[in-house]
Design a protein around this ligand. Structure first.
Ligand code: NDP
Length: 331
């Protein structure tokens, strides 16, 4: 028997409740590889899955946790043997399939990647899905011409998980980074990650009717969408790109006009880490191991245990978590 965070739903009231319980290997879903999980994390989607579900959880009872790192215990797939260190992000694990909030997980071999060289399982989860997505966003901007020396790159939701990793990676790559935050008290933290400028969230939330504003940003990693993305699009320099990863500030692009796309050739690149093919994941993980300074990664980490998850899940939905939560499932 082993510990797992189980979310159950009362069919009559529709209310869900999460708590740490003991389950057995026979309870695990089908899959080719059984992993002794060491670490998982708290991403925005985990907040939704630990709480009322937001439509993401397919069946109850459910074990959330959209990512994990650990050691292979059993494998019927030739690519993995017991003792191998592995990482999982995405594939709707933790949503449609039981995830990483347990001391064991059973998944399809295709969903795993070997632990990237140079990272521990704990560091891999300090990065987690949010950090992998930040790296995919930076790579997409580079593929569309982003290079240092052309002015600041904007990062929105900067004190959150995606934003923290994007800030640190871009700074390490030699970019000036303008970090947008609604939490002025996180300015020192963001400067520690390499931000060269702090932009107050309020400066970008006002919806204007102006079709364009002064050109400011040479690229943008946007984790919030909403009114902020509408403003940012109008401030992008000619021919630059915004990599949009999330909607912590709301699903609509408010006030956005077609003008930035026509008159400034701005690109809006959608980034989704969920179904990324194996080669892209391996490439992004090796870039993370190379381009993300480990001391900065450590500065982002808040440690947690399985029993902390109901509270942390609710905190991340309120935008109150800083950086990355690393869940030691064996603590
Ligand atoms: P976090 O909660 O860690 O960070 C989000 C940040 O956004 C907050 O810390 C806060 O930053 C800011 N924020 C929160 N609420 C608002 C608001 N109402 N208006 C403006 N800014 C706000 O989440 P993650 O970084 O893990 O994820 C961010 C988004 O990216 C989510 O929507 C998530 O679902 C998505 N995502 C997408 C992935 C993909 O594959 N596409 C993968 C991972 C995440 P601050 O306090 O600094 O302002």
């Amino acid at each position: 028997m082993f510990n797992a965070l189980i979310v159950e739903k009362d069919e009559e009231t529709g209310k869900t409740q999460a708590g740490v319980k003991q389950i057995g290997e026979d309870d695990l879903p089908h899959g080719e590889v059984t992993v002794a999980v060491e670490y998982s994390t708290v991403n925005y989607k985990d907040g939704l899955c630990v709480g009322p579900g937001g439509g993401l959880v397919r069946h109850y009872p459910h074990v959330p946790g959209i990512d994990f790192a650990g050691t292979v215990e059993e494998s019927s797939d030739d690519r993995y043997t017991p003792g191998d260190k592995v990482v999982l992000t995405g594939w709707r694990v933790g949503e449609a399939h039981w995830g990483g909030y347990a001391q064991k997980a059973r998944v399809r071999a295709d969903w795993l990647v070997p632990l990237p060289e140079g990272l521990t399982t704990r560091q891999a989860m300090a990065v987690g899905t949010a950090g992998l997505t930040a790296m995919l966003a930076v790579q997409a901007l580079e593929d569309h011409g982003l290079a240092p020396g052309h002015g600041p790159v904007l990062v929105t939701g900067a004190a959150g998980g995606v934003g923290s990793v994007a800030t640190a990676v871009l700074a390490q790559l030699g970019h000036e980074v303008a970090a947008v935050t609604g939490r002025p008290e996180q300015a020192d933290y963001l400067e520690g990650l390499g931000a060269t400028e702090i932009v107050a969230r309020d400066e970008l939330t006002e919806v204007t009717k102006k079709p364009l504003e002064s050109e400011k940003w040479s690229g943008c990693v946007d984790a919030v969408a909403g009114a902020i993305l509408g403003r940012v699009l109008k401030q992008m320099k000619y021919g630059t790109s915004v990599a949009a990863v999330g909607l912590a500030g709301g699903p609509a692009i408010e006030g956005a006009l077609i003008t930035p796309f026509i008159l400034r050739g701005v690109n809006l690149l959608g980034i989704d880490s969920v179904m990324q093919p194996y080669d892209n994941r391996v490439r992004a993980w090796s870039r993370i191991a190379r381009d993300l300074p480990m001391e900065k990664l450590e500065a982002m980490v808040q440690p947690a245990t399985l029993s902390d998850l109901p509270t942390l899940g609710s905190d991340i939905l309120k935008g109150q978590v800083r950086g990355r939560v690393v869940v030691d499932v064996n603590a």
